[in-house]
Design a protein around this ligand. Structure first.
Ligand SMILES: [Zn+2]
Length: 369
């Protein structure tokens, strides 16, 4: 979950609003406004709608602050944060890597619920000051309540919830085994997800269709996330002990920087390849992929040399022959590339691609478990 409408940057972290956010914004605003209508029929409809809209925005600001809490602690522990995205189920902060120690895992995970609990206290206090029966006071009261629910929900001890990370930190500290700790937290997460789906279905059967569907929907989301985590751990376990040299393909396609993009593209398609190293004056100067080609208008293909559109070699993500394959896998994921050249003393020895990784995982039986 990364991307959507860019809202800006804070502390170098890109902030996005995912299109699904509008669905929740609309639902929360409509629900709140009609709830206000029941309690305060004397308030004009436009005031109720305005209050409900402002409250929805403060609700999402609360979720953003929750994610910012995680991010601040991550940065303190030297874990880079790529982005924060607000979407239909709340927010997500995308980190560049896993926390280095159980203690950092615990602090990063607990920061979010702590922020939510503090917001709950703050909103409840303000609501009490203004009085629950005033328009602003009643909305602040609701914000206090929803932030308390957010803190409690996120502390449920299953992956991918914050509580699951707290559980993993605890198990990891006790056993020293990161992968086993992750698997247990992911399994608990799966049970919690089934619990949500079960309760949701029961609610639907007993007549609360909207609330029940929503709970089942959250359960389904948790189920897919905890399942993905469990699979990730299996894959990483299957790659343990392997280094880039073990799976790299030494047969690396190369083209000269001077040939045209057009003849490169035709040759590429003929050989069924999607990328090549670019050679100039006897050395490797860059890397060109099909996506580089697609950035050029087809009528300019034959007049543009490959060297002009290639990524310069200094900017290409590379690996050393002895680099653990697990790192290569995570680099392919976080940097969103399809191939990583394996380089030693300035020479390209081969390349690890998504395909060679998949083969290695299948050979070790990772994906079949
Ligand atoms: Zn959180």
């Amino acid at each position: 979950m990364d991307g959507g409408i860019p809202l800006g940057r804070i502390l170098g972290i890109r902030v996005f609003l995912h299109p699904t956010w509008f669905v929740v914004f609309f639902l929360v605003t409509v629900t709140l406004s009609s709830a206000l209508g029941q309690d305060h029929a004397d308030w004009p409809g436009s005031l109720r709608l305005l209050l409900a809209g402002a409250t929805s925005i403060l609700f999402f600001a609360s979720i953003f602050l929750h994610e910012l809490g995680h991010s601040l602690l991550a940065l303190r522990h030297k874990v880079g944060v790529r982005s924060i995205t607000l979407f239909i189920f709340g927010g997500v902060a995308v980190m560049e890597k896993e926390p280095p120690t159980p203690r950092s895992e615990f602090e990063i995970a607990i920061a979010g619920p702590v922020v939510s609990a503090l917001l709950a206290l703050g909103f409840t206090f303000l609501s009490g000051m203004l009085g629950e029966s005033t328009p602003a006071g009643s909305m602040l009261g609701w914000l206090g309540w929803i932030n308390l629910i957010l803190a409690a929900f996120n502390l449920l001890p299953g992956f991918p919830l914050d509580g699951g990370r707290v559980l993993r930190a605890f198990l990891w500290a006790r056993s020293g085994n990161f992968q086993r700790a992750t698997r247990v937290a992911a399994n608990v997460g799966t049970w919690i997800a089934y619990g949500f789906i079960g309760i949701g279905v029961m609610q639907v059967l007993s007549g609360n269709v909207t609330g029940g569907l929503w709970q089942a929907f959250i359960g389904w989301f948790l189920l897919s996330a905890s399942g993905a985590t469990a699979r990730q751990v299996d894959i990483e376990a299957s790659l343990a002990g392997l280094v880039a040299r073990d799976v790299m393909n030494p047969d690396v396609p190369r083209v000269h920087a001077g040939i045209s993009v057009g003849s490169f593209a035709r040759d590429l398609v003929l050989r069924g390849r999607r990328w090549a190293l670019v050679e100039e004056a006897g050395r490797t100067s860059g890397l060109i992929t099909l996506s580089d080609v697609k950035r050029i208008a087809p009528e300019e293909w034959d007049s543009t040399p490959v060297g002009r559109v290639a990524t310069p070699i200094e900017k290409v993500v590379t690996a050393s022959p002895r680099q653990p394959l697990r790192d290569v896998l995570s680099a392919i994921g976080t940097r969103n590339v399809n191939q990583i050249p394996v380089v030693e003393d300035g020479h390209v020895l081969g390349a690890v691609t998504r395909d060679t990784l998949v083969q290695a995982i299948e050979l070790r039986g990772g994906a079949s478990r």
